[in-house]
Design a protein around this ligand. Structure first.
Ligand code: ADP
Ligand code: MG
Ligand code: MG
Length: 256
């Protein structure tokens, strides 16, 4: 399958099993949402998919385009087309948004073609300007140090800007809606929708709240509790969850 596949994945943190026999398929071109209460393992799942060394699986497989990537480094995963927008993006003082993006794009170009000389600066500027315009970002933003003193909303926009510039095949967006007011939420969501359509990406939206899904319509909604998916359904499932809360599922789906 072209896309991301997770098969029977388990991940421990400090000897405690957090991800429990988790399985999910996100084919390219589809949008999947994983919703779940706080502490259920959503961020742990996203770090595991990206290859964070502290989140190595105790069982199961992660596949990208039918290749098992369990032993790949985060860099290798990124070059192969995986992207993670983190719930808590880290600051990189001393490195501007523009330089960070150009370096990341050049690493990728070089991986694809070792004789590549890097993206010409005028071409880079043109693409950056275009992407920043549709995310309604002020042009001065690109010369600020990455995430250094950014507001919650600015961090999230910077994550979507990275996604727009790097054009991954599969993007995992961990709580991309947190800290956004309603206008920023709409802009970020429209940006994600445009990218998804232009690039036939596969997208895994991880969220606690339903409201983002008013703007980005997922093909499938999965509910994650206690480290694994307990229920999957169409986008209406998110509305049902909003109305009834997570307790309703706890009652209907006794946990092991
Ligand atoms: P979610 O993203 O769904 O809110 P997390 O993946 O952040 O959940 O956390 C799942 C569980 O793992 C929680 O009980 C949390 O306390 C624990 N956990 C996550 N990361 C760490 C860590 N680095 N050290 C210790 N415990 C952690
Ligand atoms: Mg959390
Ligand atoms: Mg989280």
């Amino acid at each position: 399958m072209t896309g991301l596949e997770i098969k029977n994945l388990s991940v421990n943190i400090h000897d405690k099993e957090i991800i429990k026999n988790f399985s999910l398929k996100v084919p390219k071109g589809e949008i999947h949402a994983v919703m779940g209460p706080n502490g259920t393992g959503k961020s742990t799942l996203s770090y595991s998919i990206m290859g964070h060394p502290a989140y190595h699986p105790t069982q199961g497989e992660i596949l990208l385009n039918d290749q098992i990537i369990n032993d790949w480094s985060p860099d290798q995963r990124s070059q192969a087309g995986l992207f993670l927008a983190m719930q808590y993006p880290v600051a990189v003082p001393g490195v501007s948004v523009a330089n960070f993006l150009r370096t990341a794009m050049n690493i990728r170009r070089k991986a694809a073609n070792p004789s590549d000389k890097g993206i010409p600066i005028p071409e880079f500027r043109k693409i950056l300007k275009e992407k920043m315009a549709y995310l309604k970002m002020d042009p001065s933003f690109s010369s600020r140090y990455l995430n250094d003193g950014f507001s919650g909303g600015e961090k999230k926009r910077a994550e979507v800007l990275q996604m727009a510039m790097l054009k991954p095949e599969i993007a995992i967006l961990d709580e991309i809606d947190s800290g956004l007011d309603i206008d920023a939420l709409r802009i970020v969501a429209e940006g994600i929708n445009t990218l998804a359509q232009e690039n036939q990406m596969g997208i895994l939206i991880i969220t606690h709240y339903q409201r983002l899904l008013d703007y980005i319509k997922p093909d499938v909604v999965h509910i994650m509790m206690d480290g694994h998916i307990v229920l999957s359904g169409k986008s209406e499932l998110a509305l049902e969850l909003e109305e009834k809360g997570y307790d309703w599922i706890r009652q209907e789906q006794p946990l092991p």
